[in-house]
Write a protein that binds this ligand. Structure first.
Ligand SMILES: [Zn+2]
Length: 131
């Protein structure tokens, strides 16, 4: 399962943030996932639950921010709406070729920690953006 290795990667990156900030455990992790990454948010959350269940970070919520790809017409200079997971072959207004923008995101956005003993008195910190 593709999503399991992604979840492992997210967990490893979150764990580095946890160690850096001397946290006790992960409470909530937020990631951005682009449409073109072929990651299913539900499967990713499921894999995350399976990975963290029964361990130190059990119950830690993985929040997935979905970033759809946009189809933009350079001639009309606008984004063209389309159905979910369907692509427009040409611009419906002028018949021109369309460009695809965005949808490649796979970023760790935020890691919320339970502070460890003697750690900084903040439980929420922005993680460095990855990639
Ligand atoms: Zn157009």
């Amino acid at each position: 399962m593709h999503e399991l290795s992604i979840a492992q990667e997210v967990l490893a990156a979150s764990d580095r943030v946890l160690v850096e900030h001397g946290g006790a455990r992960l409470l909530r992790v937020r990631v951005a996932v682009g449409e073109l990454t072929a990651i299913e948010p539900d499967l990713l959350r499921f894999a995350w639950e399976a990975l963290t269940a029964g361990g130190r970070d059990a119950g830690c919520e993985l929040e997935v921010e979905w970033h759809p790809a946009l189809q933009r017409c350079p001639a009309c200079r606008t984004d063209k709406p389309r159905g979910e997971r369907s692509w427009l072959p040409f611009c419906p207004d002028c018949g021109g070729a369309l460009q695809v923008e965005g949808g490649q995101e796979l970023d760790l956005l935020q890691v919320e920690l339970e502070p460890g003993a003697g750690a900084e008195p903040v439980s929420r910190m922005e993680a460095e953006r990855r990639g």
